[in-house]
Design a protein around this ligand. Structure first.
Ligand code: SF4
Ligand code: SF4
Length: 447
């Protein structure tokens, strides 16, 4: 049985004005407007957070743990994502952040960037194997792996089977805490990921690392940033603590960082969900050759562009560039040439299509024909006023009996006008002048 996907992106219907901004932005056509407000189709949603970014009414939100989760454990370890460091202005030493995280209540900090350096080292080995399907596609962005699992059955095998840095960091952080504090039970230790985006929150919620999911809770970069601003403003002396990540690990925060670390120029790095979809389409149709590695980030600029960050992604990128000047290249290296089994995914990403019209092939073909026929009869404006993002999506909804054709306001208005129906009713209901009547009264025929 297919398990239910736990989403982190949700809607506050009270705040939604039905403006259609999110409807038009959603890359998977997961949103419809019904009864004046947005509705998210949970099968299609990849938790990319694009709808959060465009909603000026703040009706879309990412659900994650609050910082009070620290009280649920006897011992807590913060896992800051590399993009977290790009949120702070005038930062020349990550040690200030590590110290700040201790000050707001974490007992220890394990930088995800350290695990990213290990993953980079393992990736260099992995992509040289003869027995794998190329190009290898990075598994770091969960919005990308989800869209592959829904739309690209032949690319599921290309997804790198090594666990992403978040899982390896969590695993190492837990092992360290248990080693250093044998008096603690495993359940006493909270491994708290500081996430830049809702897709990573959902990744943790859905337990993609299986038995090896060591992340206990996920808080947002935004919440921790504001909590940290208070303590970092105090201007205490000597706030520096040891930091362990290098240029390579911090580089994962923005597009191209993961790719350059593989030390192989047969790579492609893209960001922004539309660009990523275009690249996937090209790989799927065997249109791109001679690539060993593909890095795709759903957010513009990479993880620095996540919907749960504070800083503009390009400003964050610039800050990280200057911060990296003070760091060693890659201090975290694997102990041996061998990639430990525990760092591999338990199972391959599975194809889970969202677009199937029917499990019966004949019925699906008939429905496809109906969609084409209905689409031809629609205005082709893709205006969104019917509540679907495009005329074709609206036709699909009609065929699936999820809406009715009379929701198309363009056709409805044309028919009412042609038949002269409803004009008096309209002006009797609304306090607006009837300009056509005015023109007639003024003897103005509009010429
Ligand atoms: S962007 Fe979407 S969620 Fe926000 S107000 Fe408009 S329709 Fe509602
Ligand atoms: S999170 Fe992304 S996929 Fe989900 S509804 Fe919003 S824009 Fe669409």
């Amino acid at each position: 049985m297919m398990s239910v996907y736990k989403h982190s992106v949700s809607l506050d219907a009270e705040k939604c004005k039905g403006c259609t901004a999110c409807l038009k932005r959603c890359p998977t056509e997961a949103i419809r407007i019904h009864d004046g407000h947005a509705v998210i189709n949970s099968v299609r949603c990849i938790d990319c957070g694009e709808c959060i970014k465009v909603c000026s009414s703040k009706a879309k939100k990412a659900t994650h743990d609050s910082l009070s989760v620290l009280n649920d454990y006897k011992y807590t370890v913060a896992l800051p994502a590399p993009s977290f460091y790009g949120q702070f202005d005038n930062l020349d030493n990550i040690g200030y952040i590590i110290k700040g995280l201790h000050d707001i209540g974490f007992d220890d900090v394990f930088e995800v960037a350290c695990a990213a350096e290990l993953v980079s080292a393992y990736t260099r080995k992995y992509i040289n194997r003869e027995d794998i399907k190329k190009p290898v596609i990075s598994s770091a962005c969960p919005a990308i792996t989800r869209i592959i699992s829904m739309n690209y059955p032949y690319l599921c095998e290309n997804i790198m089977p090594i666990l992403p840095p978040i899982d390896i960091a969590a695993m190492l952080a837990k092992e360290k805490a248990m080693r250093e504090h044998p008096e603690l039970d495993e359940a006493d230790i909270g491994i708290i990921f500081i996430s830049p985006c809702p897709a990573k929150v959902s990744y943790v919620k859905n337990n993609f690392a299986g038995e090896r999911n060591y992340v206990s809770a996920t808080v947002s970069v935004r919440d921790v940033y504001f909590a940290l601003l208070d303590v970092m403003k105090r201007g205490e002396e000597d706030p520096i603590e040891n930091t362990e990540a290098g240029v390579v690990g911090i580089g994962w925060a923005s597009t191209g960082g993961e790719s350059t670390a593989i030390l192989n120029d047969r790579y492609l790095a893209a960001d922004g969900i539309e660009n990523c979809i275009r690249v996937l389409d090209r790989i799927d149709s065997s249109d791109i050759h001679n690539l060993d590695f593909v890095e795709l980030n759903a957010c513009n600029g990479g993880c620095v562009g996540g919907a749960m960050t504070v800083a503009n992604p390009y400003i964050a990128q610039a800050r990280l560039k200057s911060l990296r000047r003070y760091l060693p290249v890659s201090p975290n290296r694997p102990a041996s040439d061998w990639i430990p089994d525990k760092y591999f995914q338990e199972k391959q990403v599975e194809y889970n299509p969202y677009s199937a019209l029917s499990s019966d092939r004949k019925t699906a073909m008939r429905m496809m024909r109906d969609i084409e026929e209905i689409t031809k009869k629609l205005p082709g404006l893709d205006c969104g006023s019917c509540g679907a993002p495009t005329c074709m999506a609206f036709a699909e909804d009609i065929v699936k009996k999820e809406t009715c054709a009379d929701e198309c306001t363009v056709i409805l208005r044309r028919i009412l006008r042609e038949k002269g129906i409803g004009k008096e009713l309209f002006y009797s209901e609304i306090d607006l002048p009837d300009c056509r009547n005015n023109n007639e009264e003024n003897g103005d025929d509009g010429k």
